[in-house]
Design a protein around this ligand. Structure first.
Ligand SMILES: C[S@@+](CC[C@H](N)C(=O)[O-])C[C@H]1O[C@@H](n2cnc3c(N)ncnc32)[C@H](O)[C@@H]1O
Length: 583
């Protein structure tokens, strides 16, 4: 039997970087917090990280594995314009490799009931879907199609001339560890009036409508409730909606708004075999135009008393339009007004997958829409961005949000008043660097605190320097600790250290050198820096960037009968809509 399995392959698929888990350095001069509390829901525990997202995600992995409730990313789309020749699949291969490495870490960060969402256009959708299927399992995926523009404007000139098809949509791939479920999806208003709703209930007041609503919502309806409903039904006259519109003299441009405003007194009439049986019995002693019947399950139904006796399936059950003014958006989202990447789109995703206080992450932050929206919705957030717009756009935008000066996007619907804050971080340089003889040594920019934190991370310890125990820099369990020093430890120093730690605890000692045998003290494990970590990862590798303009060059192939070697044009990725304004 062949062991071949169905999978997407690409050039270099088997190459995986050995990432260094860097520490993050806060720059308090770029962090920002509101001057005072605005509400109890203010979120201060947010992170903006400047740097390559693969290294940044690796830096977050230990602390945040299984803690992120919603990942929303909108990666560069690989529009193909970075290469002069791109018919050999190389640019797709590089893009896939870079995405795979990032998605694998993102997937680890997600909670078991979380949602990872990736927005993408036609260029890489098919390949990205297969990649997600490989990482997340195909049964854990769903696809949303989002309308991003109208078939109008300048592009339509070319479309008509060439007889092509305009591109109006993008995709969002949804991935959940236990399938895509447990979402709280907001129903959306219907765009246009449903003409099935064509009966006007003359004589019905708003108070009547509220009483009908309150009684119908009860779990069990009594006979007294039905009597109260019938009293309301007694003064309702059914007339045609078209006649009412004519009577009011509504102009065409006023009609739609009037219909939605008056949906509480407009109905459609549907067939129902079970209601018909009950209605026939009741009509024997109730001659009103409108009356109510009670079903065997204790529910109340509103009936048109003038239903036909001769029809086998008469229209009989009156259904209010205002109960049905909203619809489930399904997997086709066409209701975003200005397309592009509005706050409304991100807000729907965050709303359906998180609650206040949950953590949202965007590792391709762009202009910072995800963080801004999460912030206004009372969620905690982490954003990563490597472009200079991290400083020129994101920080400025977030400051306005925190100060309550951002009235765009979802601010009005979220009743956003400001508050909260964020901390700004960058990635520390690589822990090791090569000296002039090519030997790996500890980077001279590392101070003792940074060195201790970095080794905690590399060894899987939680960094927590103790105020009282000079040797305690972090822990992996209640009994197991780590001590990091650049000293050369003598036998006497180790003996004293072993006594302090005591028989009930164990200590990993990371030092430059030590005297004696490494197994001399049963409660100490002795390791030498940097030898102990040397083979652990790729050191001094700073650029795992996904900026297409920075993609690595392919090795030139020998000249055969084929087009010239792949080369990169010095163009930037197409992010023309990156900083699109909110309405
Ligand atoms: C399409 S934009 C995202 C737009 C964003 N959704 C918004 O609403 O503004 C992609 C972003 O990913 C960033 N990016 C690309 N490669 C990256 C990397 N390796 N690390 C961090 N950010 C990266 C780009 O600089 C760009 O800002």
């Amino acid at each position: 039997m062949s062991k071949t399995k169905l999978e997407l392959t690409w050039i270099g698929k088997d190459k995986r970087p050995k990432l260094e888990p860097r520490i993050l350095l806060e720059d308090p001069s770029l962090s920002y917090h509101a001057k005072h509390r605005v509400s109890d829901n203010d979120q201060f525990d947010n992170k903006l990280i400047f740097g390559d997202n693969l290294l940044a995600l690796k830096a977050l992995e230990q602390e945040y594995a299984g803690k992120v409730k919603c990942v929303f990313i909108d990666p560069p789309y690989n529009t193909g314009n970075a290469f002069e020749y791109y018919d050999d699949g190389l640019e797709h291969s590089i893009w896939l490799g870079l995405m795979r490495d990032r998605l694998e870490v993102l997937w680890k960060l997600l909670t078991s009931d979380g949602l990872m969402c990736i927005q993408i256009d036609d260029n890489e959708f098919a390949r990205l879907f297969l990649l997600c299927a490989e990482i997340c399992g195909e049964s854990n995926l769903k696809i949303i199609c989002v309308k991003m523009s109208e078939p109008s404007g300048l592009k339509m000139g070319t479309v008509k001339r060439l007889g092509t098809i305009p591109k109006l949509k993008e995709f969002i791939i949804l991935c959940g560890k236990n399938g895509v479920k447990g979402l709280d999806i907001e129903r959306i208003p219907k765009g246009t009036w449903d003409t099935e709703y064509n009966i006007f209930l003359d004589g019905l007041t708003k108070a009547d409508r509220e009483s009908i609503f309150d009684i119908s919502e009860q779990e069990e309806i009594s006979s007294e409730d039905i009597n109260r409903l019938d009293e309301i039904g007694a003064h309702i006259n059914l007339c045609s909606l078209a006649d009412k519109v004519r009577e009011l003299g509504l102009r065409a441009n006023e009609k739609e708004a009037w219909l939605f405003d008056n949906a509480w007194r407009i109905c459609q009439c549907a067939t129902s075999a079970s209601v018909l049986v009950l209605a026939k019995l009741k009509r024997q002693h109730n001659a009103n135009n409108v009356f109510f019947v009670k079903s065997a399950r204790g529910l109340a139904y509103m009936v048109r008393g003038t239903f036909s006796d001769t029809s086998a399936k008469p229209r009989i059950q009156l259904i209010f339009a205002d109960d049905n003014l909203t619809v489930h958006p399904g997997d086709l989202w066409v209701d975003f007004k200005n397309g592009k990447k509005p706050e409304a789109l991100v807000s729907r995703i965050i709303r359906m997958s998180t609650k206040a206080g949950d953590l949202v992450l965007d590792s391709f932050a762009g202009s910072g829409t995800t963080g801004a929206v999460a912030h206004k919705m009372g969620r905690r957030w982490i954003m990563i961005e490597l472009g200079d717009h991290c400083h020129t756009h994101i920080i400025q935008r977030l400051k306005k949000v925190i100060d309550g000066d951002d009235q765009g996007g979802i601010s009005k619907t979220a009743n956003w008043q400001g508050g909260g804050g964020f901390r700004y971080y960058s990635l520390a340089p690589s822990l090791l660097e090569q000296d002039r003889w090519g030997n790996w040594v500890v980077n001279k920019n590392y101070n003792p605190a940074m060195l201790a934190e970095a080794l905690c991370k590399l060894e899987g310890f939680t960094s927590a320097p103790s105020d009282s125990q000079w040797w305690n820099h972090g822990y992996s369990s209640e009994q197991d600790f780590i001590y990091v020093t650049t000293q050369n430890l003598s036998h006497q120093q180790l003996e004293e250290l072993s006594d302090e730690v005591g028989g009930d605890r164990s200590l990993l000692v990371c030092c430059t050198a030590f005297r004696g045998k490494s197994d001399q003290f049963p409660n100490l494990t002795l390791k030498k820096i940097p030898k102990m970590v040397l083979s652990r990862c790729e050191w001094a590798h700073d650029d795992y960037s996904l900026n297409v303009a920075n993609l690595p060059m392919a090795q030139p192939e020998p000249e055969v009968d084929k087009p010239k070697n792949v080369s990169l044009k010095q163009t930037n990725i197409n992010q023309d809509d990156l900083f699109g304004k909110e309405p």
